[in-house]
Write a protein that binds this ligand. Sequence first.
Ligand SMILES: [Zn+2]
Ligand SMILES: [Zn+2]
Length: 264
Amino acid sequence: MRLQVLGTAAGGGVPQWNCGCPGCRGARANPSWRRLHASLAIEAGSGQVFLVNATPDIGEQIETCAWLRPAGRSSALAGVILTDAELDHTLGLARLREADTLRVVATDTVRQAVNEILAMLEPYVTIEWLTFADIGAEAVPVSGKRPRYASARPPGAWVSALRWAGLLYAPAMGVWPDVTAGDAEVLFVDGTFYTDAEPLSFGQRTATQMGHLPIEATRGRLARLGTRCLYTHLNNTNPLVDPGSPLHEGLGVEVARDGMVIDL
Ligand SMILES: [Zn+2]
Ligand SMILES: [Zn+2]
C-alpha cells in the first residue's frame, strides 16, 4: 500500500477566500504555506487507487497524483472513501460527475445524508455504494457530530476513522479511536486546532464542542505511542500553518504536508 497526501487543510483551506487571519495572510505571501483540503490517495495494489474524502479541491488534487493519470477515457480511480458527511469532504463528488459510475465507500448514516444532498447528481452519474467491509477496511467511530445541514437527523455513525491495513486516518476526531497503537504503522490524526479556545476567535464554540480534539490535548499521548503520527486537517487559524512557528519545536508529532508519499 502506498499513500499520497493530497491536502492537509480543514474546511476553507489555507488560505480561505474570506479570511485575513495571520495564517491566511501568510499563505497569500508565501505559496509554501498553502494547503488544499485534507485528502489522501491510497494505492491499494494492482493499480487500484482510492481517494479518502471528496473535497472541493478534488479536480486539482487528482492532477497532482501520478497514480491517477487517466489513459484514454478511463481513470485508475477505484472509489472514494468518506470518513464523514461534512461538505468539505463530500462536495467533490459533484466534480466527478463526468464518470459513468462512481464507487463510494461510507457508513449507512453518511450514505443516507449524502444521497439526499447530492440527489441532483442522479441524472449525471450512478453512485455505487459500498461498505467499508466490502474493500477490507473498517470504519472506527470517532464522533457522533452531524454536519450542520443534517442536524435534524438521528444519531449514527457520523464520523469515522478509516482503518485499512497499516493505516489509520482520522482527519476529524472527537474521541480517541478504540484501537491500540500496535495495530497501525502510520496514523493521521485531527490537527484542526492547536488549542481548545482557538475557534473562539471566529465563532461561538470550542474545538471540543466542534468535534475536534485539539493538538494540546493529543500531542503528548501521540508522541508516546512510538508509531509514526502525523497531524492533518489544519485549520487556517492553527499556528502550525506557519512553518517558522516555535510550536513546531518539541511538538513530538509530525505535521503532514501536501504531496508527501508514504510507503506502507
Ligand atoms: Zn474537514
Ligand atoms: Zn484564516
